[in-house]
Design a binder for this molecule. Structure first.
Ligand SMILES: C[S@@+](CC[C@H](N)C(=O)[O-])C[C@H]1O[C@@H](n2cnc3c(N)ncnc32)[C@H](O)[C@@H]1O
Length: 216
């Protein structure tokens, strides 16, 4: 089955990537399965059963992604990043910030993946989790409005190729190269987009691709 973990691992192997960063790790369901020479885990509250300990190849940072980028800038400047999985706070603003910070250190040929880019209901796409929980149809799967970060990058960054694989809640792919197509939204228009706008034009806004789409 194609999911975030198989996509990330295939890319690490395809690109012979060495440095992997995961923002938002929780129980380690994905992180612990990933194999890479150097792995970094960032989460303000790890929930890994049995606990965690850093060693030569794996480092755990129990802080927010914003604090990680401030406090670890030396190591990030030295090693760069090859593959980054952005899956922390599921809001438009924070997921976009995580991508923009990661881009600062992305090595040549590097790739950023974003989870939860294709929400399946208005409740799952609500930007505030506590309010989403009160909405009809909420089933504990919270994707927030990460999808708007995709629209932002596709509208305002002509130096990035951005699309979303249609599997596992939507796996966004961001690479430093010419986009095949762009959107035409201003920052203000993106801020005002609603879930209804996504539903009306989902495939186009997200540049949706089949799960087995070949990533160059
Ligand atoms: C959906 S879970 C991550 C799941 C994991 N990536 C996986 O695929 O199994 C989201 C995690 O993001 C963490 N988180 C929330 N705010 C964050 C922030 N500002 N920076 C980093 N992580 C954050 C939460 O503590 C939570 O554990």
């Amino acid at each position: 089955m194609i999911n975030r973990t198989t996509i990330i691992q295939n890319l690490i192997e395809q690109k012979q990537a060495k440095i992997y960063l995961e923002i938002g790790v929780s129980t380690g369901n994905n992180f612990l399965q990933i194999r890479a020479d150097k792995k970094m885990a960032v989460d303000p509250q790890f929930k890994i059963p049995g606990g965690y300990a850093s060693d030569e190849s794996t480092n755990y940072y129990e802080i927010t992604s914003d604090d990680f980028f401030v406090t670890q800038s030396d190591i990030l400047e030295t090693n760069g990043l090859d593959v980054v999985f952005v899956d922390g706070l599921h809001t438009y603003e924070q997921s976009l910030k995580d991508v923009l910070n990661s881009l600062e250190y992305l090595n040549e040929g590097g790739i950023i993946l974003m989870h939860d880019c294709n929400p399946s209901s208005k409740a799952s796409a609500h930007p505030v989790l506590s309010e989403a929980r009160q909405m009809p149809g909420f089933n504990n799967a919270w994707m927030g409005d990460v999808w708007k970060a995709i629209v932002y990058l596709r509208s305002l960054r002509s130096d990035l190729s951005v699309f979303v694989l249609d599997c596992d809640c939507g796996v966004g792919i961001v690479q430093k190269k010419s986009p095949e197509s762009m959107l035409n939204y201003s920052q203000e228009a993106i801020d005002n987009l609603s879930y209804e706008d996504l539903e009306a034009d989902r495939a186009n806004l997200l540049n949706l691709k089949k799960p087995d789409y070949s990533i160059e």
